[in-house]
Write a protein that binds this ligand. Structure first.
Ligand SMILES: [Fe+2]
Length: 303
C-alpha cells in the first residue's frame, strides 16, 4: 500500500507530496488523495520524479483531457507534451533575440494558463529537466493565491469588479508587449479568438471564489473606459500579487509541479536566458467548461 505525505508549504496554499512515484501504476491507490490535495492547495510539488514525456502525459490525463498548444511552431515532444525551453532541438542555447526566447518573455508576466481560451486550463504540469545554476539569480516560478487575495479584497474594489469581465486575447503579447514577434497565422488566430471571463470566479471543487485575471494576454476590465479599465486592472494585479499571497518555488532538477489555474497565477523570475539553460517539460489539462461567476452558481455565497 502506497503511503504519501502531504506537507503544506505555507498557511495559504501549496503543498509538497512525497512518497509517490507519479509513473507508478499503483498510484490508483492514492489518486483520490492527490486530487483532493490539488483542489485544496492549488499548487503541488512532487520532488525527485523520474518520468518520461509519456509518463508525464499519463499522469496528467488522470486529471482530465489534455490541451494542444495553439501555435504550430512550438517545440514539441509529443502532440500533448512540449518543452518550455531556451535551447534548440539540437541542444544549443538559442539566445535572447530568438523568437523562442522572446516568446518566453510572456511567462515573466503574471498569468494563468490558457485564459485566452473559452475553456481555459484546469491544471498545468511542469517537470524540471534543466534549471539555471542555483548560484545565479532567477529561474524560480512564483505562484499567487487568488482565493486568499479575493477574500482580502477591499470592499470598494470588490464593488468595482462585481459582474465585470476581462478580455483575454492570445494575440495581446504581439500587439502590445513585443510587436516585433512574427504575426500569428489566420489559422492560429481562428483557433484562439479573444474571449471574456468573469473577473471573480467560483471554484466548483472547494466552494470558494477567487480573482481570475491575467497580465500576459490582456490588460483591461470590461465596462470601463479604456484607460480607467487598464488602471483598474493594474490596481487589481498589484493587490493580488502582494508578497503575502505569493509562494516562490526554487526548482531542483526532477521536480514536478502541478498547479490549479482556476485559483492561482504564476510567473517565472527573469534569468540569464543567453547563458543559463532552462528546460521544462510541460503538459496542460483543460477544464471541463468556461469559468463560472459566483452569481451564476447557486452554491456560492459571495458579495
Ligand atoms: Fe504559464
Amino acid at each position: 500500500m502506497i503511503k504519501i505525505t502531504i506537507s503544506p508549504i505555507n498557511e495559504l496554499f501549496a503543498a509538497r507530496i512525497e512518497g509517490i512515484d507519479v509513473a507508478n501504476p499503483r498510484i490508483d491507490e492514492v489518486f483520490d488523495e492527490v486530487r483532493q490535495a490539488f483542489d485544496k492547495y492549488g499548487v503541488l510539488i512532487f520532488p525527485d520524479q523520474r518520468i518520461s514525456a509519456d509518463e508525464q502525459q499519463a499522469f496528467a490525463e488522470r486529471f482530465g483531457e489534455l490541451e494542444s498548444f495553439p501555435e504550430a511552431s512550438m517545440q514539441k515532444k509529443t502532440p500533448k507534451v512540449y518543452n518550455i525551453s531556451n535551447k534548440s532541438e539540437s541542444g544549443d542555447l538559442l539566445g535572447k533575440d530568438s523568437v523562442q526566447a522572446r516568446m518566453l518573455k510572456g511567462t515573466e508576466l503574471w498569468h494563468t494558463d490558457s485564459s485566452y481560451r473559452d475553456v481555459p486550463a484546469l491544471a498545468s504540469f511542469l517537470f524540471a529537466l534543466e534549471i539555471p545554476d542555483s548560484s545565479e539569480t532567477g529561474g524560480q516560478t512564483e505562484f499567487s493565491d487568488m482565493i486568499s487575495a479575493y477574500e482580502d479584497l477591499p470592499r470598494a474594489l470588490l464593488e468595482k469588479l462585481n459582474g465585470r469581465h476581462m478580455v483575454h486575447n492570445y494575440e495581446y503579447e504581439r500587439l502590445y508587449v513585443d510587436t516585433e514577434l512574427p504575426p500569428m497565422s489566420l489559422d492560429e488566430k481562428l483557433n484562439v479568438p479573444p474571449v471574456t471571463h468573469p473577473v471573480i470566479r467560483f471554484h466548483p471543487h472547494n466552494g470558494k471564489c477567487s480573482v481570475y485575471i491575467t497580465s500576459n494576454v490582456g490588460d483591461v476590465i470590461g465596462g470601463y473606459g479604456y484607460e480607467e479599465g487598464r488602471a483598474l486592472h493594474r490596481e487589481l494585479l498589484d493587490f493580488v500579487t502582494q508578497r503575502k499571497y505569493v509562494y516562490q518555488h526554487q526548482w531542483l532538477p526532477h521536480d514536478l509541479v502541478v498547479w490549479d489555474n482556476r485559483r492561482t497565477m504564476h510567473r517565472v523570475i527573469p534569468y540569464d536566458i543567453d547563458k543559463q539553460p532552462r528546460v521544462m517539460q510541460r503538459t496542460t489539462v483543460s477544464d471541463v467548461g468556461p469559468p463560472v461567476a459566483p452569481w451564476m452558481n447557486k452554491h456560492s455565497h459571495t458579495l
